[in-house]
Design a protein around this ligand. Sequence first.
Ligand SMILES: C[S@@+](CC[C@H](N)C(=O)[O-])C[C@H]1O[C@@H](n2cnc3c(N)ncnc32)[C@H](O)[C@@H]1O
Length: 209
Amino acid sequence: MSMKRPAGPLVERPELEDALRARLAALCAEGWSIFERFDTDVRDHEFHPFVAAEYDVVLSSLLAHRAPRLRFLEWGSASGVITIMADLLGYDAYGIELDASLVATARALAERFDSKARFAAASFLPAGYVFKNGDGDERTGTIGAGESGYLQLGHALDDFDVVFGYPWGGEEPMMHDLMRQYGRADALLLVHGVNDGVKAYRGGRLVAG
Ligand SMILES: C[S@@+](CC[C@H](N)C(=O)[O-])C[C@H]1O[C@@H](n2cnc3c(N)ncnc32)[C@H](O)[C@@H]1O
């Protein structure tokens, strides 16, 4: 998975006011510092599934799809950068992350950026979810297991207008299946690929990216 720190993010964003652009740039810079520390302190010693997304690429996608009163969910929100970015852009933003220490990091980051983004320390899989990909293999491909986070958030998956995920290899079919089984038919699923940016799907069909 990619770990590219962008050279100079957010320079060309004429659609954003200066103050918001500066806040987003500071958020991304802090996100990269958090990830670099995490990489040295944790990932150099043991496997951990947290790999930071390409924040600037995700920002473009969130800008392209933003509209008033959209509710946003990040599956596997890690340090919280993308959920906070969505909140700063005007989405009603939530994240679910299994690793409770990363959720603590995300909440502290949200506080520093005066963001209302909310996080659950739990699994993004709905309770009782069984993966159905048609070939009888019910393994979800997702890294971890835990109590489902939707009750903590006070919203079921079909309450969200936009859902974002940065899947590990093997997880993407499960993400589409989750939307098919539990998401709203008109909701947007944004999938961040390792080498191909962010693709947007609605009702299982590619609509952008
Ligand atoms: C590839 S990282 C993506 C991090 C973040 N979304 C980003 O793009 O910067 C995947 C994250 O999902 C978390 N995760 C894996 N399985 C999960 C599950 N079932 N429920 C919630 N979080 C999960 C991992 O702990 C990890 O932080």
